[in-house]
Design a protein around this ligand. Sequence first.
Ligand code: ATP
Ligand code: MG
Length: 446
Amino acid sequence: MERCLMENLGEQKGQGVFISGKIAAVRDHGKLLFIDLYDRTGSVQCFVPGSHSMFAEAQKLSPESVLTLTGKVQERPEKNRTEGLNGDVEFVVEELTVLAKAQELPFDLDMADLNLDTRFDYRPLTLRRSDDRAVFRVQALIAQGFRDYLTSQGFVEFQAPKIVGGDAEGGAEVFPVDYFDVKASLATSPQLYKQIMVGVFERAFCIGNVFRAEKHSTSRHLNEYTSMDFEMGYITDHTDVTSMLEGVVRHMVATVAEKGERELAVLGAALPTFPEKPFPIVKLVEAQEIIKKEFGDDCVGEPDLSPEHERQLCEYALKEHGSDCIFVTHYPTEKRPWYTYDDADDPGYTKSFDLLFRGVEITSGGQRVHEYDALVRKIKEKLPNIDPEKEFGFYLQAFQYGMPPHGGMGLGLERFTAKILGLANAKEAAIFPRDRNRIDIRLYEQ
Ligand code: ATP
Ligand code: MG
């Protein structure tokens, strides 16, 4: 006999089958026992009659214990039926095998309202909560949507290294790796490698962990996060990248809508609102004018948007354009990394962009400098104390030997997941969050 999954039990009415799963709850009525058993596809109410030889043992089982049950699927009496999967059937237990006993749980898994620290302290257990399972199933769908869309557009996936010599971009906070005879660190981004891969595949993407030694604690920042990156060749300017990204975002959301219905319902999450027209796109200076006009906050001329300004601009985009997304382009040269392409028509500004979604930045990207001489010049301007060939010679080979005009972007998976699902903190969308206070276990008592 083959294991029957919960989602298929309804087709087995009157039949003898075996099921395997974990106990969600036990209800002991003295003379009979109900066990709610769940597997990856759903759950069913199981019924153990008092006369069963294993009755006494079953009474003692804690939630999360792992069982195999053989028995029959039968219709539930009309008055006991419930909504949802297997609400009209129950499983009458004939044989009961305990595959693994769970100790008594420290809290009622699904019922308890746990604070974030407790959730993370008990992560191997709390990930089994139905809401956490839903979050990370949706996250897997987001990554799948990213991968599927880009693959369909001719991109090739590659694995970027996580140990890099020196500091990938010169400036970002890095974690040093104390092992080699030379300066090495954990990668803060796959940036230089994905550009190299444009010279190889024209279009390349990667999904991988990056490491940032952020010196602050916020609800948006982790010390290790999953960066979803793509880079594409033969572009005219940054708007080819924003168009591709818009396609990716719409497809990721469509994948969640199509395959994550159950998870969205568990979490009570509302999918984003997108316009039929392309996402709104404004220059930084225009965004600042909008913020001044709509919210009375004069930030015109500042080099970046503050978190509050990002929130305000998104509020405007939803009200005016019916869009939870808005692109902001043309950040000043001084605010963007040295590989960013300057806009000759708008001196002092770059062909760069951020994508803001539901109040926060989820992506930075832009057109990149693709000519060797121009690139070396930009590195020297930004980092006057280094010799570009000495520090970046390996990367610069890609430009010495011919690189098409190109651009790309990086999107934080945890931040995006949190925003899609309406979670207050990106850490809730990090499966094993690392921040200043935690690497699995708490590092400091607060
Ligand atoms: P912020 O201004 O919010 O600190 P950033 O501009 O430093 O972000 P980028 O280097 O542009 O970040 O990274 C691209 C994307 O990666 C961000 O838009 C965000 O989605 C994500 N990201 C960046 N840093 C973190 C972090 N520490 N934790 C989680 N996600 C991050
Ligand atoms: Mg950014």
